[in-house]
Write a protein that binds this ligand. Sequence first.
Ligand SMILES: [Zn+2]
Length: 227
Amino acid sequence: MKRFITLIIALMLISSVSVTAFAAGVPSPDIKRMIDYLVLVNKENQLPENWEEILILVTVPDFEGGHDHRVEYEAYDMFVLLREDLLSEGIQIELDSCYRSVAEQQDIWDRFTEEYGIDYVRQYVAVTGFSEHQTGLAIDICIVKDGVTIDDNDLMIAEAEIFARIHAKIADYGFILRYPQGKEDITGYSYEPWHLRYVGSPEVAHEIMDNGLTLEEYLQLGPDDEL
Ligand SMILES: [Zn+2]
């Protein structure tokens, strides 16, 4: 318990964000180990039932003063490092959409249906309970180019060169591109260059990214499968 409190205080000091949500019950020093960083949430696999109870989120202010973002704390720490690395190459990425509660996911479904129509929504937006954003491990980024924020889906897809440079770096920080191009049949989603998913370690992320896999394909590999 003491170690855990020290960790929390250290986190608050280091990253100027606040740890907001644990669920009921006393968090143990090993709580991080309770999170399965390879959890699979897609159109067929729902968020595990006890997920919200073991998830540790940090709350981060929006860079433009919009509403706060919440991210699983280790994923956020790694995002900060990724962002700094990219900044040193002149690329600015920011948090656009991260953790969503059940109510927020439903709200997005409703709002996007109004704005883009139901066909678009079925392709891009997850049904409540089946969104990877509810894991806290998914981060939608936006980019800031020449001082202008680019967060529109179509405009981001058009920035292929910048996103290629971003994608070349993400595995070093434990992130994968969750919905790659050409894998729509496997992931159930159209290409989303902005949607990054933290998988717990750079080693695993590299195995997935370097071999052009999806999370679904990686999880189906047997111990004897050669990559
Ligand atoms: Zn997303």
